[in-house]
Structure formats: C-alpha cells, structure tokens
Design a protein around this ligand. Sequence first.
Ligand SMILES: *[C@@H]1O[C@H](CO)[C@@H](O)[C@H](O)[C@H]1NC(C)=O
Ligand SMILES: *[C@@H]1O[C@H](CO)[C@@H](O)[C@H](O)[C@H]1NC(C)=O
Length: 304
Amino acid sequence: MNIVVVITLAAFAVGTALSCGVCPTMKWANCDGNPCKCYVMVGQGEKLFLNCTNLIPKCFLMKAEMYRARKGESTRSGGKPHETAFVDNDGIYDPDCENDGKFRAKQCNNTEECWCVNSAGVRRTDKGDTNLKCDKLVETYWIRLQLKHKPTTDKVDETKLINAIGNEIKSRYNFEKNLVKAIKYDPEARLIEVDVKKEMGNRDTDLAQMAYYMEKDIKALPLFKNQNKFEPSVESQKLEMENILVYYVDEEAPTFTMRNLPAGIIATIVVVVLAVVAGILILIFMKKRQMKYNKAQQREMDPM
Ligand SMILES: *[C@@H]1O[C@H](CO)[C@@H](O)[C@H](O)[C@H]1NC(C)=O
Ligand SMILES: *[C@@H]1O[C@H](CO)[C@@H](O)[C@H](O)[C@H]1NC(C)=O
C-alpha cells in the first residue's frame, strides 16, 4: 500500500477516535450517544457536556473534582509579582459556574458562608454570609508561575530557557506564546519565574485555565488523556518540574483583611506587639522606681 494512504487512513482513524470515545483535554470524561458528546459527572450526578477541542474551563474542572472527591475517586492532591498578588490558600470547593464555564462572582460551596472570587475562582474577599454582595467577576490579568525544576546534570542555559518554556506552553496548552512575558531564573534554587500577562480589559484569553492545567501537570497528574509530562526541553536536556506556586494579580486589588494574612506575617506582628508591651512594662517599672527614689530623697531632706 502507498505510504501516503496509510498515513491518511491512520489520521482518519485518529480523527474519528477523537470525535467519539476520547476527550483529549479531560481524562475523566466519557463520550457516547449519537451525535457523540463528551461529559463529566458533577453535582448530584448530572452530566456536564464539554467541548473537548479546547482546554476545559477551570470552574468545570473543579466541579468534576468535587464530584470525584465526594465519590472517593482520585483528584488533586521568587516572591510576589505585585503588591496585590495572592495565592490560593483555600483549595478546592464546589463552584457555581456560568453556562460558558466562567466562575460566578459569588461562591458559597453549598454552605451559608460565601465569598467573592476572581476569574480564576480564587477567593479575593473575606468570607461573609449569604447576603454578601459581589458586584462583578474581577478578571485575573497577570499570573506568575514559580516553577522549581529537578536537579539536572548539565547547566541550564538561561537564554534558551525563555523559548523552551514558551514552546512547551504553546504546544501543550495551545496558548498564545506572546502572553508569556518575562522569565527569571535562579540556578541555585532551581527556580524559574514565568510571568503570563494580558492587557487589562482583555476577555479573550483565560489565564486561569492554562495555569490550572499546569498546576495539575506538576503537582498531581495531567488532566489530559495523554499522560505525557510537562517537560520543557532546553537543548537536549529535559527539565522535569517538582513544584509550582501560582500568584494571581487581578485588575482590582483584593480586599482581604488582617485575619487572612499568612501565618508568617501574623507571627511577626505578634512578636512586635509583645516587644512593645515589654517596653511599656519596663518604662512603668522604671518610673515607679524613680518615684520611690524621689520620695525617699524627699523624706531624707525633710528634717533639714
Ligand atoms: C468547540 O470549540 C471550537 C473552538 O473554539 C468551536 O469551533 C466549536 O464549534 C466548538 N464545538 C461545540 C460543539 O461547541
Ligand atoms: C467546600 O466544602 C467541602 C465539603 O463539601 C470541603 O471539603 C471543602 O474544604 C470546602 N472548601 C472551601 C474552600 O471552603
């Protein structure tokens, strides 16, 4: 047989396989019916239909994870780019999604306790009761990915790193490469800091979706059907990642208060407060001694 025909047939077979039976961008999906549709189970056992030609919106992924967690099936396991940047300390909840997969601005996790989220579904306000108002969904326009790679045998060429990361993000997540802005590299700490940033006001690209797939790729297992690793290659060397931290910067600063400060900062504040209290106590003590001394002196002088 002609080799071109074989390749064409193979491509056709892959094409039909993709259109029914397999969802490349979501390994937990099932596909059936005529016309064939792919879906994941969410909520109390409802089917949520997916468009498997694209990455799945994070809100849908979290709903699917919560469903699996309830069923006991497996799920998830440099510094700030900006003064208003924050990380997701809350972890997973069962989100309310719009039909197109965007997060609703207000989330309650099926409880009486609610909070407002950004377009990445990460909490950006204090928690309140069900009367809490979230006017709108605030967009995350800048994400900093702090990647730590495993030790390598050869030195990593920093100048080639930018392109390597950009290519991997482009090919793996079908993501616009020009949104990958700056990369900083610390060879000692094996830290690669990648800024992914779009124009404020841009609503065409969803940074959170790509970041979530990457978080899963590095911290747990890929969400893709294909379980290949996220492994940018610099020259002939593959860089395997061992950790990722994601910072979010929203178009408007979050409105957390003190009690949401990270433990480290709270500890510092406590130490400072204790030091001030100790200082005041010493002052009072010294003042008392001085007064006693003055009185004693006075008494001694009285008879004269
Ligand atoms: C899935 O997404 C692609 C690309 O955005 C679009 O062309 C296609 O019409 C969508 N399919 C369905 C079934 O909505
Ligand atoms: C949401 O609720 C689930 C239990 O249904 C709980 O395990 C999870 O920690 C909650 N998430 C948040 C962010 O409150």
